[in-house]
Design a protein around this ligand. Structure first.
Ligand SMILES: Nc1ncnc2c1ncn2[C@@H]1O[C@H](COP(=O)(O)OP(=O)(O)OP(=O)(O)O)[C@@H](O)[C@H]1O
Ligand SMILES: [Mg+2]
Length: 414
């Protein structure tokens, strides 16, 4: 049980325990505890070189980005009905397990016990039932609550690793979206075969759970784990997860994201990669590529790169709601506008528009070749899935239909 009020948390940054303090009074304040300019940044846009003390009326967006939303938040509420769930409480629950390299501890609190590691093989062999997944969540909630997003998921420490942080993410089936895990798996296979980098992933043998390795945790030669900084685009543009109905992650455009990546001085290869990620989402009919589904990884503010592609699903085959209780929509649009501007909208672009986005906005030299490469990856994934018993036939049929439209982008034009 956490205390009623949490006015202060010690903040660790990567390997540095107590690198700073987070204070909550009428406003939030973050203080670096040493006065050197050359120390790891708590966030890309909050370097110690600029200021040692930062304040904000709301929780700093890069800390807010991992606060549990959706399924995990509801489970935490159900588990601790009398517990306060202020942002400070949620950060204390996240502890060292948030995505990225920040950790939070109540001053003087004990080091939390390490959860029992599992092997990937065990997880892949687990037969999904809602009850089994509930048990998994209960067992790992304390070690894996540092994760945002709407779908049911949990983080688990992998037995192969010698480190006590959870390095596997298990995303489960959800009643609202039948076949979701297999759907995402098929998308990730197509991406890999189309030359797009993704986290290491696999689908459970029953086809109902997707197991992903964390891309923000790098195994060093000595088998210790380096934690990379991670910030999603929502955080980088000052938006918070739990803003009104999380709807803000659907505001903006892919063009603005490209501009932000340029401002952060990412090299051209990352803009090439960004174009491929956006084109891929468009071609597999993923209408949920919102601001939290893109991000950057970093070691220092000078060493920043685009994170691998994650959370891609052919959403066009489902009816859906954008937030709890929201209207049920047919997914016929993108999550964001392709181009910035008032008169622009979220409709799927024409081939011409997508190529202009590639060449003019992302400065890609041969965007049409990228679309052809993606199309080949999609076709390969469909072919391979035919022989894969984990993928339900009905789902495969529906995805093939949805992808047929996307494959048109790679057709020869007159
Ligand atoms: N392989 C990974 N490594 C590290 N962090 C990840 C990985 N996959 C996802 N994340 C982080 O976890 C968050 C939630 O994951 P994901 O987007 O896959 O879930 P979701 O519930 O489907 O999200 P959404 O709310 O977009 O539906 C992401 O926003 C990202 O910050
Ligand atoms: Mg997501």
């Amino acid at each position: 049980m956490l205390p009623e009020r949490i006015p202060q948390l010690d903040v660790s940054i990567g390997d540095r325990p107590s690198a700073g303090q987070l204070l909550k009074a009428s406003t939030y304040e973050f203080r670096y505890l040493t006065a050197t300019a050359q120390q790891p940044s708590v966030a890309l846009l909050m370097p110690a070189a600029e200021k040692l003390t930062w304040t904000d009326g709301d929780l700093f967006a890069p800390m807010d980005q991992n606060l549990p939303e959706g399924d995990l938040f509801m489970r935490i509420r159900a588990l601790f009905p009398k517990q306060q769930t202020t942002a400070m409480h949620l950060l204390a629950l996240i502890g060292d397990n948030g995505i990225g390299r920040l950790g939070y501890r109540i001053p003087g609190a004990d080091v939390p016990p390490v959860a029992t590691p599992l092997t990937k093989e065990f997880l892949l062999d687990t037969r999904y039932t809602p009850e089994v997944f509930d048990d998994l969540v209960m067992a790992y909630l304390s070690s894996g609550s540092g994760i945002a997003g709407v779908q049911p998921k949990i983080m688990v420490p992998e037995a192969r690793m010698t480190v006590p942080i959870p390095t596997l993410i298990v995303k489960a089936a959800s009643d609202a979206y039948p076949g979701l895990a297999a759907n995402e798996y098929l998308c990730l296979r197509a991406a890999n075969q189309g030359g797009i980098d993704t986290p290491v992933f696999d689908l459970s043998n029953d086809g109902k759970m997707l197991v992903l390795e964390r891309f923000d945790a790098v195994l060093r030669k000595d088998r210790s784990v380096e934690r990379l900084g991670f910030e999603d685009i929502a955080a980088l543009s000052g938006q918070r997860v739990r803003d009104t109905l999380s709807d803000r992650k659907y505001h903006g455009s892919y063009q603005r994201i490209a501009e932000l990546l340029k401002q952060l001085q990412l090299p051209q290869v990352d803009l090439d990669r960004f174009f491929a990620q956006v084109a891929f989402s468009i071609m597999v009919r993923n209408g949920d590529a919102h601001l939290k589904n893109f991000g950057v990884l970093y070691r220092t503010p000078q060493d920043v790169w685009l994170a691998p592609m994650f959370d891609v699903v052919t959403t066009a085959i489902y009816r859906y709601t954008r937030y709890n209780g929201g209207p049920e929509l047919e997914d016929r649009t993108l999550a964001l506008k392709l181009f910035a501007g008032k008169h622009r909208n979220k409709t799927y672009p024409t081939t011409e528009e997508l190529l202009v986005f590639g060449s003019k906005v992302c400065n890609v030299s041969a965007p049409a070749a990228v679309l052809r490469r993606i199309a080949r990856g999609m076709q390969q994934a469909l072919l391979e899935a035919q022989a894969d018993e984990r993928i339900p036939r009905e789902l495969l049929g529906r995805m093939r239909d949805a992808w047929a439209t996307g494959l048109e982008y790679a057709k020869d034009r007159r």
